[in-house]
Design a protein around this ligand. Structure first.
Ligand SMILES: NC(=O)C1=CN([C@@H]2O[C@H](COP(=O)(O)OP(=O)(O)OC[C@H]3O[C@@H](n4cnc5c(N)ncnc54)[C@H](O)[C@@H]3O)[C@@H](O)[C@H]2O)C=CC1
Ligand SMILES: O=C1[C@@H](O)[C@H](O)[C@@H](O)[C@H](O)[C@H]1O
Length: 333
């Protein structure tokens, strides 16, 4: 059986997901595409072979030929569309974040708990990135002892027009929140956000250093630099008791010339995490067929928003903020 997929939002990410579904995913076919800009939806539908294009997201969710929905519209729309999918009984792969704040994210948890089954997967695709997966596997093997600290670097070439300091914490650093919980199998207990000297290319606090302490006493530090100019660069180094684990170079081209040895960098996240998006989307389709959820759940999405809420609070004061969570419902145990 082939699963009919509908996509909401066909900007940078939605169009990329549509191309991934059109060319690289088994067991699924594109049915309907929506974007507030109908012409944009139409262009992506023509390019990817989706049957229908509309400006009405709810028409996609309620389309009888759509079995599952991918949400790639702006952050503030995610919770309402995810809840509409849950009410329609349709599995949904919702781009991160679950919502801009934990209060909004909790509404999705309530809807899913009321439905009594897991329908939401969050698009924290780093859980499918071969580098992070291997890092977690090596840590879990026990060969290097306990993880003590996790150094992370998250640099973008330039910020989208709508970005500010809080968006950098929610939308960019949210990835490190999710992937450090995944790699370390730990919860984040506190956060402190420190502002570095502001780059003259930035209109908000950039770079920032975000420091978390886990419930196991480990430190996770994230250099967040959204206007780094030179390219997209994501790094991670795990410091363990008897060794360190980091993932390899980000792109494939390796140049030796003029006395310099250089590795090319992606301009943004799409080429850097191409494998992760493809593996994530394929895993989502398989999980719909098998009924076994994979990846980040709505609960993981709620946790990430709770952590980033605390980060935004720390941003204002510079103080360390303790992070408190709601009780985890049995659906997510
Ligand atoms: N997992 C990842 O690595 C990444 C995830 N994202 C997430 O993906 C989402 C989309 O980001 P981008 O594609 O960069 O944004 P974008 O601005 O390029 O695209 C958003 C699209 O949604 C459309 N839209 C707005 N309201 C809508 C509505 N009510 N119904 C249907 N369409 C609507 C807009 O017209 C636009 O075409 C965001 O939530 C963002 O946080 C973005 C970049 C990378
Ligand atoms: O999710 C993403 C963007 O929204 C965000 O703006 C970037 O910083 C991330 O690297 C990318 O993966």
């Amino acid at each position: 059986m082939s699963i009919g997929v509908g996509i909401i939002g066909t900007g940078i990410m939605g169009a990329d997901h549509a191309r991934i579904f059109a060319g690289q995913i088994a067991g699924a076919h594109l049915v309907a595409i929506s974007d507030a800009d109908e012409a944009r939806a139409g262009a992506v539908a023509r390019e990817t072979g989706a049957a229908r294009a509309t400006s009405d997201a709810l028409a996609v969710i309620n389309d009888p030929a759509v079995d599952a929905v991918l949400i790639a519209s702006p952050d503030a729309t995610h919770a309402d569309f995810a809840i509409a999918c849950i009410k329609a009984g349709k599995p949904v792969l919702c781009e991160k974040p679950l919502a801009p704040t934990a209060a909004e994210g909790l509404r999705v948890i309530e809807a899913e708990v009321a439905a009594g089954r897991r329908l939401v997967q969050l698009g924290y695709m780093r859980r499918f990135d071969p580098g992070y997966v291997e890092m977690k596997g090596l840590l879990d093997s026990g060969r290097y002892g306990e993880a003590l600290a996790f150094h992370c670097v998250h640099r973008n070439a330039s910020a989208p027009a709508h970005f500010d300091s809080a968006a950098a914490i929610v939308s960019s650093c949210g990835h490190e929140v999710d992937v450090s919980r995944f790699v370390l199998s730990a919860e984040l207990a506190s956060v402190q956000v420190l502002k570095a000297k502001r780059s003259r290319h930035a209109t908000f606090d950039d770079p920032m250093l975000v420091v978390f302490e886990t419930d196991k006493g480990q430190l996770v530090d994230v250099e967040l630099f959204i206007n780094a100019q030179y390219g997209y660069d994501v790094k991670g180094e795990l410091v363990c008791e008897t060794g360190t684990i980091s993932f390899g170079p980000t792109l494939n081209t390796d140049i030796r010339a003029n006395g310099v040895h250089a590795t090319s960098l992606a301009p943004d996240w799409r080429p850097r995490f191409a494998a992760a998006y493809r593996i994530q989307n394929q895993a989502w389709i398989r999980s719909i067929a098998s009924g076994v959820p994979v990846g980040s759940s709505a609960w993981d999405g709620y946790v990430a928003t709770t952590v980033t809420d605390a980060g935004v609070k720390s941003l204002k004061t510079g103080e360390t903020v303790a992070i408190g969570y709601e009780k985890r419902p049995g659906l997510y145990s």
